[in-house]
Design a protein around this ligand. Structure first.
Ligand code: NAD
Length: 493
């Protein structure tokens, strides 16, 4: 941590907009009632721009534009190859603008600039991946010899409602926009209100790439207003949501009267399990990265580390020492590894958990803002050891640079600890015993398991959680399935 660097006046990107507007039917528009909300700079906590605050009437207008583009426009009727070409151009443009995108994202969210750049590239890759996938798409056809030919018609669903969180905003938007658009839907995106800046770039990118007018629509606003109106809108047959489990429950209930298609990517409290036979150097590096990268504001963060007793003391000591070496600093500084937390409300939440942690575990690193930065939105990587499984910091998602370490003796105990929370998003296992690794992976309640590896995604594999971490899986053809209807056609021969 370099308090002097973090205390310097914040970097402000050139040509920042003062006001973000909705994008509806190819036009940037204000809210019909003129309402706006404030967007804060994470470093200073001060308002740096206003964004239009969408209400039900604004969502209505956006859905009408999307419906018009779906019913009368070319997009759903284009050949997959034609849509694919356009979406590859989107990816090209995102790549060409990655530096600017990263600069804006880092400024708006507090993410370290190098990591924001990585996320911009992932956004481009998401478009390329789904652009390729729809071209390679094949659907079932069956023959009952001499009697029937049966095949599948795949059709876009209509207007897809996309609701996204504030962590890695642009990348997570692309994870929904890519497959929704590749399959021929039109969309209304409601980005997170803490971080609306990078979403304002989509309209220009889509227009330049040749996405027809009205296919992409964006409504800014608060979750309880714009998000809620989108969820309840009868003209939106499906909602893809990423965010907190609690919000997912509310959306589930509000979508129920309309029987909407729902995809829910929710919270996590993922375990990293380190057995005594693990490669400790690799395990320490990966578990440091696993919870402190992206400021710890990461759904798949390995925020509980379970360590076998034989190596527990050594692990805790080395882990704490390495956590203290993580560089906390200004988001735009390329040396920064943990930047500013996204919003004063979130800073307060993370600090509250750290205070709770002091009564629940042994603090071995961090414990609040770095020295000399009291009252800032910087939080030093914070490590609690000896955390009991009923502790709140073991059970609840903190979503910041805070980790709980807990010892275990046997495989059975490790499994019970790993599964003993309401979440089930990811799990990370460190062992050199192959049989143990695969047996544990089979039993752990997690949508995704990484064995002796960092959190690197393969976009063809399922992404999603079990228990309170989500409903449904996206990734590869599963995303295509979510955004399409499959109609069976039976032909008598
Ligand atoms: P959040 O649930 O507060 O908000 C997410 C989005 O939902 C925002 O756009 C918000 O405006 C909107 N929203 C809020 N209330 C709504 C309502 N009643 N109706 C409709 N929309 C509403 O989540 P967040 O704080 O922005 O994001 C952090 C959470 O997201 C964490 O729990 C994290 O684990 C989770 N997350 C999950 C994944 C995953 O893939 N599983 C990925 C990233 C983040």
């Amino acid at each position: 941590t370099d308090p002097r660097a973090a205390a310097r006046p914040p970097h402000v990107p050139a040509d920042l907009p003062r006001l973000l507007r909705h994008h509806v039917g190819g036009e940037d528009v204000d809210s019909l009632d003129g309402a706006t909300f404030e967007v804060l700079d994470p470093v200073t906590g001060e308002t740096y721009l206003h964004a239009a605050a969408g209400q039900a009437a604004d969502v209505d207008r956006a859905v009408a534009a999307a419906r018009h583009a779906f019913e009368d426009g070319p997009w759903p009727r284009m050949l997959p190859r034609e849509r694919s070409r356009v979406l590859h151009r989107v990816a090209d443009l995102v790549e060409q603008r990655d530096a600017r995108l990263a600069e804006l994202e880092s400024f708006d969210s507090g993410l370290p600039i190098t990591q924001a750049l990585g996320q911009a590239r992932r956004a481009a890759e998401n478009f390329r991946f789904f652009a390729d996938l729809v071209v390679a798409q094949r659907d079932d056809a069956y023959k009952v010899p001499g009697r029937q030919l049966n095949y599948v018609n795949r059709k876009p669903v209509g207007v897809a409602g996309l609701i996204t969180p504030w962590n890695t905003p642009f990348m997570l938007e692309s994870w929904k926009l890519g497959p929704a658009l590749a399959t021929g839907n039109t969309v209304v995106l409601k980005p997170a209100e803490f971080t609306p800046l990078s979403a304002s770039l989509w309209a220009g990118i889509f227009a330049e790439a040749g996405v027809p007018t009205g296919v992409f629509n964006l409504v800014h606003g608060l979750g309880e207003e714009a998000g809620d109106a989108l969820v309840r809108h009868p003209g939106v047959p499906l909602i893809s949501f990423t965010g907190e489990s609690r919000t997912g429950q509310v959306i589930f209930a509000n979508a129920a009267p309309h029987l909407k298609g729902l995809s829910m990517e929710l919270g996590g409290k993922s375990p990293a399990v380190v057995f005594a036979d693990a490669d400790l150097d690799a395990a320490i590096d990966a578990t440091i990265f696993g919870v402190f990268s992206l400021n710890g504001e990461r759904c798949t963060a390995g925020s509980r580390i379970l360590v076998q007793r034989e190596v527990y003391d050594e692990f805790v000591e080395r882990y704490a020492a390495q956590a203290r070496r993580v560089v906390v600093g200004p988001p735009h500084d390329p040396a920064t590894e943990v930047g500013a937390l996204v919003h004063p409300e979130h800073v307060a939440k993370v600090l509250r958990y750290i205070e709770i942690g002091r009564t629940e575990g042994r603090l071995v690193a961090g414990g609040g803002p770095p020295e000399g930065l009291a009252g800032s939105s910087y939080v030093a990587p914070t490590v609690f050891a000896d955390v009991a499984p009923d502790a709140r910091i073991f059970q609840e998602e903190i979503f910041g640079p805070v980790v709980a370490i807990t010892p275990f003796d046997t495989d059975a105990e490790a499994l019970a600890l790993a599964n003993g929370v309401r979440y089930g998003l990811a799990a990370y296992l460190w062992t050199t015993d192959l049989r143990r690794a695969h047996t544990f992976a089979q039993s752990v309640e997690a949508g995704m398991v990484w064995l002796n590896s960092n959190n690197v995604r393969d976009l063809r594999t399922p992404f999603g959680g079990v228990k309170a971490s989500g409903l449904g899986h996206e990734g590869g053809y599963r995303s295509i399935d979510f955004y399409t209807h499959q109609q069976a056609v039976h032909v008598t021969l």
